[in-house]
Design a protein around this ligand. Structure first.
Ligand code: S3P
Length: 444
């Protein structure tokens, strides 16, 4: 039986290791959704086997898609654009995943039946109007019509029209939702988007789906239109930089340690963590970088660092580090001086209100913070060592809160009880196994 609570009482000893982390979550979910629209059997190697990815698989299976695993490969028999097979009264459960919940909708916009979309407690608190509003302009109906949260019902139509859409949050999910809607919508979809991860754009190009991208005043002006068909496609999915982030900071904050994270996705739109930590003095190096299907992949080399500088984090880096801020805050807690992170209201829209909770956890560790709705100042303490009892209830069951606290315990000390460690399975099921079996962490 898996423990309901992790107990950590000892810091991690020095280590010098090479590790692999599991496949990238964004790429895994996008491959599943897009290959379901292709014709023929597509194959993904190293698809992430996490709860969020299983939510995508379960939704697709309910839509008639055949998906099988054999060794490290996943095989998916695509049904073509608008080829899903399902009956009335369909319910799709996106679980904990905003990406699945928001990116499955545009594939259903021709549905002749109402489809109910549900999610877990955390997902049901998150804002879906950011995607239902533009989809409604395309012609899709949602019930109840003004409802912001799941559960909601979607009813598709054959009378879809392309829209001009301004994506002003830096949200890849919103941008991707409208790009995927263009698979079924005649005419040209025009999206003016703040910079955010561009995996969908790269997959569209690799799949020869019509797409044109221009840079307009630091924004991306993306035009997409309907392809005749999508051919099956194989993808080897590199490791997830968001999962790597925890091992990067673990190494930086441990004494006399080194790590090499092998074959990680190094798409420039995901490298915010490396840029921010290097500005703080981390000296992280990227080596053996190759380009594969448009995506950069390579190894991340990290060594322990004694002194960190504080940072006034430039907000142009926000979207490229959006899932990594919690663990970056831990480095800021050990840095000399006051660090400032701003224009981050999106962080409170994640699986939990991460800006607020991150601040609370730092306060619990004796670190002073100044918090507003969209910013945080962290008053770093380079000699920070913990020696008290710390209990983390993790009410929101947020995987990244769980991993943050585990890394804090293993690098700063103290007696920790971390509840709901199961939450890590949404994105990084092998997290504890790597810590215990490869790095020798004492975790009960
Ligand atoms: C994701 C985009 C980000 C990120 C999420 C995955 C994606 O969300 O936080 O974990 O795969 O497109 P937003 O696009 O809403 O910022």
């Amino acid at each position: 039986m898996n423990p309901k609570c992790l107990i950590i009482k000892k810091k991690l000893r020095s280590f010098n290791k090479k590790i692999n982390v599991e496949g990238d979550k964004s790429l895994s979910i996008r491959w599943l959704l897009l290959s379901s629209q292709a014709i023929g059997v597509s194959r993904a190697t190293n698809l992430l086997k996490s709860e969020d990815v299983y939510s995508a698989i379960k939704c697709l299976k309910k839509l008639g898609v055949n998906i099988k695993f054999f060794k490290n490969n996943c095989y998916l028999e695509g049904l073509g654009i608008n080829g899903f097979k399902f009956k009335k009264n369909l319910v799709l459960d996106a679980g904990n995943s905003g990406t699945v919940g928001r990116l499955i909708l545009p594939l259903l916009i021709k549905s002749p039946y109402k489809i109910k979309i549900i999610g877990d407690k955390s997902l049901s608190k998150r804002d879906f109007s950011r995607v239902t509003e533009p989809l409604s302009r395309i012609g899709v109906k949602f019930f109840p019509s003004k409802k912001k949260n799941l559960p909601i019902y979607l009813l598709g139509t054959d009378y879809l029209r392309p829209i001009n859409y301004f994506e002003n949050r830096g949200s890849a999910q919103c941008k991707t939702c409208i790009m995927l809607a263009s698979l079924n919508t005649p005419g040209e979809m025009r999206i003016l988007a703040k910079k955010s991860r561009n995996h969908t754009e790269l997959m569209f190009k690799a799949l020869k789906i019509p797409i044109n991208i221009k840079n307009v005043n630091k924004l991306d002006f993306i035009k997409t239109s309907t392809p005749k068909k999508i051919d099956k496609f194989n993808l080897n999915i590199p490791g997830d930089i968001s999962s790597s982030a925890f091992f990067i900071v673990l190494t930086l904050l441990s004494k006399n340690s080194k790590i090499i994270l092998k074959h990680i996705n190094l798409n420039p739109s995901r490298l915010g963590i490396i840029k921010i930590l290097n500005k703080m003095g981390a000296g992280i190096k990227l080596k053996n970088v190759i380009n594969y299907n448009g995506e950069n992949c390579g190894d991340i080399h990290v060594k322990s660092v004694k002194n960190f500088k504080s940072i006034n984090c430039p907000s142009y880096l926000n979207s490229s580090a959006i899932d990594e801020f919690l663990i970056i805050f831990l480095v800021a807690a050990k840095a000399k001086g006051i660090s400032y992170f701003k224009h981050l209201s999106e962080l409170n829209q994640k699986e939990s209100p991460r800006l607020k909770l991150g601040s609370k956890i730092l306060n619990m560790m004796g670190i002073k913070t100044k918090l507003t709705k969209s910013s945080i100042k962290i008053y770093g303490n380079p000699s920070l060592e913990l020696n008290k009892n710390y209990q983390i209830k993790n009410y929101f069951k947020d995987h990244r809160i769980m991993a943050l606290c585990t890394i804090a315990a293993l690098t700063l000390g103290g007696n920790w009880k971390i509840y709901d460690p199961e939450s890590i399975k949404t994105s990084f099921p092998s997290f504890l196994k790597i810590l215990k079996n490869t790095l020798g962490a004492k975790i009960n």
